[in-house]
Design a protein around this ligand. Structure first.
Ligand code: ATP
Ligand code: MG
Length: 296
């Protein structure tokens, strides 16, 4: 299953979308809240049930001991969000100042997340927060750059509004370059569009227009649903019909689409298309014609 990192230009719905995908996935799933600017799930969706003794920050000390200590600490800091324990959250930082301690941890954490996804069949979603770019590159402390580089898919979350498009536009080229230079290639990059209906205040762009404007494929779309998104952000009592809501149903479809795209990329990386070999093609053609002729 893929490791998918979600990022944005501005606070447009990364955390709630990553949570919706995690809760709706058809497989065991994990949301790793790795926004260096601090996590919001602890106080919001988790309603303060998880204290500061749990979460991402504690992985920094474990990583300094070694990979096994990191893997064990990681496993013991996951918070289940369903009764069966199939859906889990790694709660994020309680203070943005903690991010500096994680410089060395991101890459080792990425390895752990990839093992969980590829060997243990989890859908892994990373909340990598708002992107900070400096001199055309991901900021080394204000972004969890190694997690983004190594993700199977990087989803740039964008709303279908003029304001969101205007801010997001500047991130596309630096992200593409970064993935080409340090990651698995720019083809890991796609858009997750949050589709707000057109209002008197502004038109809602179609996914087609957004893909065109940002020159990036739309890999998934989620509907605008203030009540469900508010529950995912603030926690508390779920709104009526929450489990069958459009937002969760689309999130389930989206998680399937993402898995399919990641699978296609894996195949392409394993078996890159060969440059055309005219001589070989000619020999094969003659052979097949010869056989067909003998049969006839
Ligand atoms: N699909 C949606 N429909 C309606 N409202 C949404 C949707 N997704 C997110 N929101 C709302 O947008 C606001 C921001 O959401 P969220 O906290 O997920 O964004 P974020 O990108 O993680 O922000 P930050 O970068 O500040 O962490 C919240 O009020 C949330 O309820
Ligand atoms: Mg967030």
């Amino acid at each position: 299953m893929p490791v998918t990192a979600l990022v944005s230009a501005a606070s447009c719905g990364v955390t709630s979308s990553a949570l919706a995908l995690t809760l709706a996935s058809a497989r065991p799933s994990l949301l790793a809240e790795c926004d260096p600017k601090g996590g919001t799930l602890r106080a919001g969706f988790l309603q303060g049930q998880v204290n500061a003794g749990y979460g991402l920050y504690h992985l920094a000390a474990a990583e300094r001991v070694g990979p096994e200590a990191l893997a064990q600490t990681f496993a013991s800091h996951l918070w289940p969000v369903d009764e069966a324990g199939h859906r889990k959250i790694l709660p994020g930082l309680t203070d943005p100042a903690q991010a500096a301690a994680l410089d060395r941890t991101w890459s080792a954490l990425s390895d752990v997340l990839h093992v969980l996804a590829h060997d243990a069949g989890h859908d892994v979603f990373i909340d990598a927060g708002r992107l900070a770019v400096t001199s055309g590159h991901l900021h080394p402390t204000l972004t969890p750059a190694p997690l983004i580089h190594q993700a199977d898919l990087v989803l740039l979350v964008v709303r279908n509004t003029e304001a969101s498009l205007a801010l997001t536009r500047h991130l596309v080229d630096p992200l593409r370059t970064e993935l080409d230079e340090h990651g698995t290639g720019a083809s890991a990059l796609g858009l997750l569009v949050l589709e707000r209906e057109a209002t008197h205040r502004g038109r809602g762009y179609t996914t087609h227009q957004i893909a065109d404007a940002l020159k990036t494929p739309v890999l998934a779309a989620l509907p605008w649903d203030a009540a469900v998104a508010d529950f995912l952000t603030e926690g508390g009592t779920p709104p009526r019909g929450y489990a069958r809501s459009e937002l969760l149903r689309h999130a389930r479809t989206a998680s399937e689409q993402l898995e399919a795209v990641a699978q296609r990329r894996r195949v392409q990386q394993e078996f890159p298309s060969q440059p055309a070999q005219p001589q070989l093609a000619g020999v094969l053609q003659r052979l097949t014609q010869h056989r067909a002729g003998r049969r006839g």
